[in-house]
Design a protein around this ligand. Structure first.
Ligand code: 16C
Ligand code: ATP
Ligand code: CA
Length: 564
């Protein structure tokens, strides 16, 4: 193909005449009035980065290419924004050039320009579909909406439809990933979590790094993950793209967007338990999740049902929370800013990451599990709070989702190396409802006397009576932990394992105030098997095919200046 710097000519779209220009990074077309004057107010500008494909003739996305069109036609497919939502769609415009020769110049020019800008675009993807996620539409969404787009963009795929939980994770851990430029999951947060665990695990294995040591600097993953949302909550997708829409996500994948993401590792006694990008939550969200597991048959509504039940039960739990404050206190969970595409707080962390290693994490010694209340106010800035908590939430990002469009912590950053710790102390139902309802409007959910929020790098939690636990018996429920409405025989007999099984099945009591003294941890939608944990944030450990939520749309005017 011919190398061309600029292509410029008049073009027609239908009957209307335009003056069109392809510069280094923009393609724009401006309507001409009958006297051949440009109307700059109506210019259309598409960055070359956002061109999807250029085809000869009048083509559709798929596959009925009608060849009856003129040899002067060509079709351009590109990312199209909506003025009201972060939703993207495929823009398609058919142009008619003055001659076949000029048509060829346009097609070659546009294609080679896309080529020049396509270093970051994936060519081959490994796709995992969970056919049972959310409303069980994953396969249909992928086949009908995504396949045509990937084909249009010339992306080849290897598709694995999962037959069991953890199949995707195991595939990524064990199989050859050579030749793939990225991983894609079609499903919800649970499916994303599988891909993430596989990828982080594999990356550490290859780098010879132990995932269990909470003080170690983990190796960042080089493959990016794309999320085609088809789950119940789709929190990771929503919080990194701004909407849970399969087409929008596919377009972010196609144009090769790149969004680094903080990941929290959760440990128990120097063993890695799980990773989290969204919520590590004890109390309310732990109870909601545990209860909702018993109502799987309800589908996605089970979270609302269990949410209501757990709200009514009004439980709170004792424990000791220790947290290591983030050292860079230039941003805060209450500064009312929002992490948006090109966020300065996050890019500043990228630079810091490249230049130094973090010494304050040396204080992450697990020893203080033996002596929990050791608060040191000097080095390392560990702080200790003891009390009764309605909820303890740690979130690496906003955790925005359709239920709460601003999320658990609206000012949290996707890639700043910190998480926000939200402590909701024991309070009345009315107070908690006030806090909860503020997740759905613009009021500040932290501006309440029983809520505290901190920007942290690490968190330690110890339940009361810790000395009664030993290594493999941690989950046994002391009699007092069991709701008094349970039959006595069931409370006391059997091995620890059997008791655990029973506890899982036991219907939680929403009537009595005197319930278990322990909740469980919700880690991105999975119940953790331990209550004493250490959680630590790893700055930008993984990358997604996303760009963060876009701020208010740039006025065309600015783009026009760039174009000239
Ligand atoms: C007055 C209305 C208040 C509405 C308050 C809505 C707050 C919603 C906050 C959502 C936070 C989502 C955090 C994300 C967690 C994900 O990593 C994880 C994996 O997908 N999802 C869950 O664990 C699934 C957990 C899903 C939790 C849903 C909780 C629903 C609470 C409903 C409370 C109803 C009270 C009504 C009183 C009349
Ligand atoms: N073929 C399969 N059969 C059963 N479970 C699977 C299968 N494939 C994946 N899973 C598991 O299903 C879980 C839920 O899937 P996913 O996150 O896609 O949907 P979801 O409806 O959003 O989930 P959740 O029910 O956790 O909200 C995941 O944790 C995953 O490990
Ligand atoms: Ca963060």
């Amino acid at each position: 193909t011919e190398e061309m710097d600029w292509v410029q000519s008049s073009l027609r779209v239908g009957r209307k005449k335009y003056s069109a220009l392809l510069s280094w990074s923009y393609f724009r077309w401006t309507p001409l009035d009958p006297r051949n004057r440009e109307d700059p107010e109506k210019v259309k500008v598409v960055p070359v980065m956002e061109l999807i494909a250029v085809e000869e003739g009048k083509t559709q996305i798929l596959p009925n290419r009608n060849k009856e069109d003129s040899v002067r036609d060509f079709t351009v497919f590109y990312v199209q924004r909506s003025s009201r939502s972060p939703r993207w769609s495929v823009g398609r415009t058919v142009f008619t050039a003055p001659s076949q020769d000029l048509r060829d110049q346009w097609v070659n020019g546009l294609r080679s320009r896309v080529q020049q800008h396509s270093d970051n675009r994936p060519r081959r993807l490994l796709v995992f579909i969970n056919p049972f996620g959310g409303r069980r539409c994953g396969r249909k969404i992928y086949q009908s909406q995504i396949v045509p787009l990937f084909e249009l963009a010339g992306i080849s795929t290897h598709v694995v439809e999962t037959e069991r939980a953890n199949q995707a994770r195991d595939h990524i851990l064990k199989k050859d990933l050579g030749g793939f430029d990225g991983l894609v999951c079609v499903g919800g947060d649970g499916m994303f979590s599988e891909l993430m665990h596989g990828l982080i695990g594999r990356t550490q294995l290859e780098a010879g790094i132990s995932e269990h040591d909470p003080t170690v600097t983990l190796q960042p993953c080089s493959l990016r993950i794309g999320i085609i949302p088809a789950g119940s909550t789709d929190c990771v997708c929503f919080a990194t793209v701004g909407v849970n829409d399969p087409i929008t996500s596919a377009l972010h994948i196609i144009i090769g967007d790149d969004q680094p993401l903080d990941v929290c590792s959760v440990h128990h006694r120097n063993q890695l338990v799980r990773y989290s990008v969204s919520l590590v939550g004890y109390g309310f969200y732990g109870d909601v999740l545990e209860d909702s597991d018993r109502h799987r048959w309800m589908g996605p509504v089970r979270y609302d049902y269990s949410g209501l039940m757990m709200f009514l039960s009004n439980r709170s739990y004792r424990g000791t929370v220790e947290y290591l404050l983030a050292d860079n206190q230039t941003s805060s969970p209450r500064d009312k800013t929002r992490c948006r595409s090109g966020c300065l707080v996050c890019s500043e962390s990228t630079e810091r990451l490249c230049s130094q290693t973090d010494s304050s994490l040396d204080t992450l010694s697990q020893d203080s599990f033996q002596s929990p209340a050791s608060s040191s106010d000097g080095e390392g800035q560990w702080h200790t709070v003891e009390g009764r908590f309605r909820a303890i939430n740690l979130t690496c990002m906003s955790s925005a989702c359709p239920k709460s469009p601003d999320g658990l912590s609206p000012s949290a950053h996707l890639a700043d190396g910190t998480a926000d710790l939200i402590l909701v102390r024991q309070c009345s139902r009315w107070s908690f409802l006030t806090h909860l309802s503020r997740h759905t409007n613009n009021k500040d959910q932290f501006d309440l006397p029983f809520v505290d929020v901190y920007r942290v790098k690490a968190l330690r939690f110890s339940p009361p009576n810790e000395e009664e636990d030993d290594e493999d018996d941690e989950e046994q429920s002391p009699t007092a932990d069991v709701c008094k409405y349970q039959p006595v025989a069931e409370r006391d007999s059997g091995s620890a394992k059997k008791r655990l099984e029973r506890r899982k099945k036991q219907v939680l009591c929403g009537v009595c105030g005197d319930v278990r003294s322990r909740s469980c941890w919700n880690c991105d939608g999975e119940v953790l098997p331990h209550t004493a944990i250490l959680a630590r944030v790893h700055c930008q450990l993984i990358r997604l095919f996303a760009r963060g939520i876009e701020g208010p749309c740039k006025k065309n005017k600015d783009v026009r200046l760039l174009c000239r």
